[in-house]
Design a protein around this ligand. Structure first.
Ligand SMILES: [Zn+2]
Length: 313
């Protein structure tokens, strides 16, 4: 059996978040080397602060300063820090209840090894040298001796508050398309399109997923389909996509390749966008070095009869 493909896949996007008055005060406070919590009607001080009481759902706004010193309530050792984590050397993830707070804050704790960490140990904030109004303004926690550090008297009113943050989201995958799609991708490299037929209902899936979702059985019989096909339905795209060098308007269509039991999608070219129609016969156009057809163009054949594709819409 040929080797199943795999490749790195990164999903990455910036997430812009506006801060309400409570989160704004919290992050601006960190920039000024002050930790602020919020007091509930019941008198509990929540750090990190939240906008609504988790018990009563009442809106919260009574900001209160807590000390940059605290106690570890629980922890776990991180043997292998990953990209973007607070420290590059192994460290502990710790929940720290700061002096004056009733809840604990999750952050990194810099310690030489897991033997140097224990629940109940005293720690203090190590501030980042450059602070911008973000949770990373706390570089990490570090062990310390002694009691609470005194508050500075900050009220939560700042001249130049942080009102928004951009949090970059990034997910690193090793993606494997599996046995069926590996065969599909390998066939594409030879400019052939290969699906798999369900042994029960005889439907040919393109691209194949390895199983028939209707019958719940594995598909294994490989079937070459196309290369020609029929437009079953389509839409006209009028909005230019970022990083896509295609003039609008253009047509994106569902195309049932000859022999396939369902339609795949592709762009239609070589014909004015307002002349594309259901039943139009098309063929793939490959560009040099591409791993899939760039688009589909009319073959010049007469349009397909509706009854030949009515089940493939
Ligand atoms: Zn089936």
């Amino acid at each position: 059996m040929p080797e199943v493909l795999k490749a790195p896949l990164v999903v990455e996007f910036p997430f812009t978040r506006s801060l309400g008055p409570v989160q704004s005060a919290f992050l601006t406070g960190l920039r000024e080397r002050v930790v602020l919590g919020v007091r509930t009607a019941g008198g509990r001080v929540l750090v990190p602060p939240v906008e609504y009481d988790p018990v009563t759902a009442e809106e919260l706004s009574d900001l209160v300063e807590v000390a940059p010193t605290g106690t570890v309530t629980t922890w776990a050792w991180n043997h292998a820090p990953r990209r973007g984590q607070p420290l590059t050397a192994p460290f502990a993830w710790a929940l720290v209840r700061l002096d004056g707070a009733d809840t604990a804050l999750l952050h990194a704790l810099d310690a030489p090894g897991p033997d140097a960490v224990h629940t109940g140990m005293r720690v203090r904030v190590r501030w980042a040298e450059e602070r911008t109004g973000a949770i990373t303004d706390i570089a990490c926690f570090e062990p310390c001796a002694g009691g609470p550090q005194q508050p500075t008297g900050i009220t939560g009113e700042f001249e130049d508050p942080v009102t928004g943050i951009v949090a970059a989201a990034r997910l690193d995958y090793t993606y494997s398309p599996g046995r069926a799609q590996t065969a599909y991708i390998n066939a594409l490299a030879g400019r052939r399109i290969v699906g798999e037929r369900c042994p029960s209902c005889r439907k040919v899936y393109v691209p194949p997923r390895g199983a028939c979702p209707t019958c719940g059985v594995a598909t294994s019989e490989r079937v070459e389909v196309g290369p020609r096909g029929t437009v079953t339905t389509f839409c006209i795209v009028n909005i230019k996509a970022k990083n896509l060098d295609i003039e609008v308007p253009y047509v994106y269509a569902h195309i049932a390749l000859d022999g396939a039991g369902l339609a795949l999608h592709g762009r239609i070219g070589g014909i004015p966008y307002d002349e594309v129609r259901m039943g139009l016969r098309v063929e793939p156009v490959w560009t040099e070095g591409a791993r899939h057809p760039d688009h589909y163009r009319p073959t010049g054949e007469p349009d397909a009869d509706y009854d030949t594709y009515r089940e493939l819409l």
